[in-house]
Design a protein around this ligand. Structure first.
Ligand code: PEP
Length: 249
């Protein structure tokens, strides 16, 4: 059955001394049973983070990879390099990667494949922009993102996939989807997977919500039947806030 998951996306925040402070604070909290907890530091802090969290329940996740295994890709990092520093999960398709670095669903499909081929897990992010929600095309947009990036995968690959629905208009804006908007979309996503694959596969995939999740709204968002946790940006940078969200189930 699927897991409850709370993952913190640190983005381009926290140098090594800030990482040490935040992770030491996170380590000091008692972790609840039944919730997978993850943090995604910048590449430069991954080895430090896996070492610091060696005996802790918090897993370390990367924010991106290059689809190639190795070669002339200046500035890039491969899946096996991440594995080498103890990272087994990668966030792909974050809206900032899509908008600022022009990532497309077709390109993301290759990154997903490389990550899975390396035996790693993917947190695949997608979500509509405000104009798409306003024009009532948000279901079509999300369906297209998922189809192009993930629906060529064999059913067996879905064991390594976590989905993160992140409406772009809710990321870093303080505006969140209402619990019913989140639940409605998550339920739609599950039905999409069930119709392409089967109900058991759909029921086994964790679907996270991301977009201005805070300690004061996490509980009502996570209460949705198809909402299995959150991908957390801003609130993951403060240990008490992040752990309050982890404890919101
Ligand atoms: C994110 O960047 O994935 C995110 C959800 O950010 P925030 O929680 O700050 O909206």
């Amino acid at each position: 059955m699927r897991n409850n998951i709370v993952a913190g996306n640190w983005k381009m925040n926290n140098d090594s001394s800030e990482t040490e402070v935040l992770l030491t604070q996170l380590k000091s909290f008692k972790k609840p049973e039944g919730v997978r907890i993850m943090v995604a530091p910048a590449f430069t802090q991954l080895a430090q983070s896996t070492a610091l969290l060696k005996d802790d329940a918090v897993a370390v996740v990367a924010q991106n990879i290059n689809a190639a295994a190795s070669g002339a890709y200046t500035g890039e990092v491969s899946a096996s390099m991440l594995k080498g520093v103890g990272v087994h999960t990668v966030i792909l398709g974050h809206s900032e990667r899509r908008s600022l670095f022009h990532e497309t669903d077709a390109g993301l499909a290759s990154k997903v494949k490389s990550t899975l081929d390396a035996g790693m897990e993917v947190i695949f992010c997608f979500g509509e922009e405000l104009k798409e929600r306003k024009s009532n095309t948000h279901f079509d947009v999300v369906a297209q993102q998922i189809r192009v990036a993930l629906f060529e995968l064999p059913v067996s690959a879905w064991k390594q996939i976590i989905l993160a629905y992140e409406p772009v208009w809710a990321i870093g804006t303080g505006e969140t989807a209402s619990p019913s908007q989140a639940q409605e979309m998550h339920s739609y996503i599950r039905s999409l997977i069930a119709s392409k694959y089967d109900q058991a596969t759909a029921d086994s995939v964790s679907i996270l919500y991301g977009g201005s999740v805070k300690p004061n709204n996490a509980q009502e968002i996570f209460a949705g039947e198809d909402v299995d946790g959150g991908l957390i940006g801003g609130a993951s940078l403060k240990a008490e806030d992040f752990m309050a969200i982890v404890n919101a189930f």
